[in-house]
Design a protein around this ligand. Structure first.
Ligand code: NAD
Length: 341
């Protein structure tokens, strides 16, 4: 391939080179967290192109986020995740999120790859949840609730089962019951040893669960702290599903990237920090600090732990680099001429 050519990888090509391999994605995401701790990444804040003025507007009118970054180590690549979110796309039969990842050579800074990152995004978000569960859930966790049966739900569950294979009961809660039912059917077919229970009774689900994983578009909390049982892990993977009491009752508050959580300012713990209800020193750790041994993971079976993930472009870049290098090895993808003679 000439120096000014780039590789285009569409969704099919990305599948062929292993984008959906969750175990590999968990490895990539862990490496990104560790390289962050080692100071070997550049990860500026997310730039949000938001339609409307409020979170409520955004959850109807949508947004496009730009998440650039450089990741060192064995990845050694710069790039950007450019993610469109059209919450009303379902009315047109389209997924909410569409993601483009561009990889740039860290030396020449030229683009070397444009990839469909839509699958990358759900896989790496699942992988982040999986890392959190590995470090923060009870070792014998067997009951889980997933709130939000959309695009993220299957990969959240896949990674959860890799981290805790003993999960046997899954409650599924969604504002659209047909989505909860569809996901329950998928889980029943894919994991015959799991009892999938679509439910409108979120209180009962939370009261019974060791892990509560939120991936909805909710802008008002619907999970109450008083429902959390001892030893539970509540995962705020999206916005504002859990009330202040969930954070107050937690023995540990853990984030993927606390500084980015504050910058994004839409999750429960971020809004509490804005209002002076949570201080920087109340945050126990970022996941990377636990991975490198600077901070403790779960320490006993009674702790309630709150986890909030906001994500970072370097996670998508890490997964895409692995796929890009494999495509180059195998001669897959479509070569495009960036600059003609
Ligand atoms: N932390 C991260 O790194 C990360 C990465 C990607 C996406 N996300 C977030 O995850 C969330 C879900 O993303 P997705 O791609 O699965 O979206 P999606 O639109 O495919 O699915 C969202 C689901 O939530 C349901 N829902 C909406 N409002 C609800 C409410 N009030 N109560 C219960 N269910 C509700 C919808 O019916 C839908 O089934 C989004 O908020 C997204 O921003 C986080």
């Amino acid at each position: 391939m000439s120096q000014a050519n780039l590789l285009f990888l569409n969704n099919k090509a990305m599948e062929t080179v292993g984008v959906s391999d969750m175990a590999e994605a968990i490895h990539d995401v862990e490496r990104a967290y560790v390289l962050t701790q080692e100071g070997d990444v550049i990860s500026p804040g997310k730039c949000v192109l938001r339609w409307g003025k409020t979170v409520e507007d955004e959850n109807v009118l949508g947004r496009i986020n730009a998440m650039p970054g450089y990741i060192g180590g064995e990845y050694d690549m710069a790039g950007i995740k450019w993610i469109g979110s059209g919450p009303m796309n379902f009315k047109k039969g389209l997924p909410r999120a569409s993601v483009t990842v561009i990889l740039n050579d860290p030396d020449t800074k030229l683009p070397v790859c444009i990839a469909d990152g839509t699958r990358v995004s759900t896989i790496r978000t699942g992988a982040s949840g999986g890392v959190a569960i590995k470090l923060l859930a009870k070792s014998d966790a067997s009951v889980m609730t997933i709130c939000g049966a959309g695009a993220q739900a299957p990969t959240q569950f896949e990674a959860a089962r890799i981290a805790r294979p003993g999960i046997r009961t899954l409650y599924i809660y969604d504002i659209r019951m047909e989505n909860a039912q569809r996901f329950a059917d998928y889980v029943t077919k894919t994991y015959p040893d799991v009892k999938a229970i679509p439910t409108e009774n979120i209180e009962e689900a939370v009261r019974n669960s060791d892990i509560i994983d939120c991936v909805t578009l909710a802008s008002e909390p619907f999970i109450r702290g008083e429902w959390l049982k001892k030893g539970s892990l509540v995962m705020n993977m999206a916005d504002y599903e859990v009330d202040h009491d969930c954070v107050k009752r937690a023995d540990k508050l853990v984030c993927d990237y606390w500084e980015s959580v504050k910058h994004r300012m839409i999750s429960t713990v971020a809004l509490m920090w804005r209002d002076g209800l949570v201080k920087d020193e109340d945050i126990h750790a970022d996941l990377g600090e636990i991975l490198v041994g600077k901070k403790a993971p779960r320490e006993n079976d009674d702790e309630i732990i709150y986890f909030n993930a906001v994500g970072a472009g370097i996670l998508d870049i890490a997964v895409t680099v692995r796929c890009y290098r494999r495509a180059m090895e195998k001669g897959l993808g479509t070569e495009l001429s960036f600059w003609e003679e």
